[in-house]
Design a protein around this ligand. Structure first.
Ligand code: PGA
Length: 260
């Protein structure tokens, strides 16, 4: 399965800027995104990576229009767990889908930290996303304090078992909180160890489906470190923040992806 390079634009870009970036990306050849689980054996894989961008809500429909018919998929950055209702300021999974999204990032550490999201909240959102036909990208990762205390695998293990519902089908992103936006990344050994642990947990929880799920790495991925990170075992792609805000850096990361 090709690696997935996903851009998380966070709270960046007005509509015109977002559309300009989308147009710069759409020329690039890539695998169409949208296959989160194991592929049928023997399927030919063409491009170096599948591409996904997750603009802010206000730019989502415009970006989806700009990318219509291209190989670049579009996703949201969060959704509410309810179908609809009195939830001022929130967005439902069906609204994301209606705006052109095929994916949604859930449980990002900025949501867990700044909006008090627990793994239980994330789990409910995952159910809503899947029910609306979106592929969830569920983020997990330890803080600097948890890693300093030797609790990184325990933390991620609890996040996985709490955030992923029974029968989960989607993507997991390992994003150590201390690596997000800091320019610091874990060592190759640390990434490989955590991705190996996540793979074992997914397989334990979901059997063969878990063995085929993509596990993205996120946190200060840039064109300089992408090839080394993407070459590590069990790394199925990258979730990219800062470096996804310009076509040049995002495409340079995509070019470093494995296409196997
Ligand atoms: P970063 O963000 O690439 O800017 O570190 C990654 C993320 O938060 O998904």
């Amino acid at each position: 399965m090709p690696q997935l390079i996903a851009g998380n634009w966070k709270m960046h870009k007005l509509r015109a800027e977002a559309v300009a970036l989308a147009q710069a990306l759409r020329a690039t050849p890539a695998e169409p995104a949208g296959r989160p689980t194991a592929e049928p054996a023997g399927r030919a894989t063409a491009g170096p990576a599948e591409l996904l961008v997750c603009p802010p809500f206000t730019a989502l429909a415009a970006v989806a229009d700009a990318l219509a018919g291209s190989d670049v998929a579009v996703g949201g950055q969060d959704c509410h767990a309810a179908d609809q209702g009195a939830h001022t300021g929130d967005i439902s999974a069906a609204m994301l889908k209606d705006a052109g999204a095929g994916f949604v990032i859930l449980g990002h550490s900025e949501r867990r930290q700044n909006h008090g999201e627990t793994s239980e909240t994330v789990r409910e959102k995952v159910l809503a996303a899947v029910a609306a036909g979106l592929v969830p990208i569920v983020c997990v990762g330890e803080t600097a304090e948890q890693r300093a205390g030797g609790q990184e695998t325990e933390t991620v293990g609890w996040q996985l078992s709490g955030s992923l519902p029974m029968g989960f089908s989607g993507i997991v992103a390992y994003e150590p909180v201390w690596a997000i936006g800091t320019g610091r990344t874990p060592t190759a050994d640390e990434v490989a160890a955590m991705h190996g642990f996540i793979r074992a947990e997914l397989t334990r929880q979901f059997g063969p489906a878990g063995a085929g799920m993509r596990i993205l790495y996120g946190g200060s991925v840039n064109p300089g470190n992408a090839a080394a990170l993407l070459a590590l075992p069990e790394v199925g792609g990258a979730l990219v923040g800062g470096a996804s805000l310009a076509a040049e850096t995002f495409l340079a990361i995509a070019a470093a992806a494995r296409g196997d």
